[in-house]
Design a protein around this ligand. Sequence first.
Ligand code: S3P
Length: 177
Amino acid sequence: MRGRAIVLMGFMGTGKSEVGRRLAQRLGRSFVDTDQLVEERAGKRVAAIFAEDGEPVFRGFEREAVIDAAGRKSVVVAVGGGAVLDPENVRHLQESGILIHLTARPEIILGRVGDAKSRPLLREDPRGTVARLLAERGPVYAAAADITVDTSERTADEVVGEIQSALARSERWKSST
Ligand code: S3P
C-alpha cells in the first residue's frame, strides 16, 4: 500500500487529528483533516456551519472533503467522527487505503472534548450524548475498521507507535506495500 492512505476514524476526542499529524510527520507523509477541508470550502468553522446552515449542509461538505482526501496520494487522513456513518464515505476511504479506528473510554472522551464549544453535537448534555452516540456508532466504526487502537491512557506519541506496530503486523497493509 505504498502511496495508499492511512485513515484515522472514530469518535470525537479519540485524538484523530493530533495523532494523525504526528504519524504523518513520522512517516514523511502529508496530513489532511476533513474538518479542515470543510472549513476551507465553506469559509467558516464547523460549529458555524451547524448553527447557521444545519447538519445536512455540513454532511454535504464532509462528503466532498472525504472524496478529496481519499483521492490524495501518500497521505494520513483524519476524518470527522460522523464521516463513516455514510456508507459511500466508507467505500471511498476503504478504496483509498487502510482504516484505523481510534477508541477511548467515555470519561476520557468527555475530559478531552473540554467545554465542547467547538463540538456542536455535544452542546447539550455532553455525558448523555456521548453515551448514546457511542452506542449507536460503535458497531459502524467496528465494521469499517481494519485496525483498532485504544487511546485512553496513551499519549499521542504512544498511539503513533501502536499504529506503526499494528501496520507492521497487518497482512492487508504488508501485502500491498
Ligand atoms: C462530528 C465530529 C467532529 C465534526 C463535527 C461532527 C461527529 O469532528 O466533524 O462536529 O458527527 O462526530 P471530530 O471527530 O474531529 O471532533
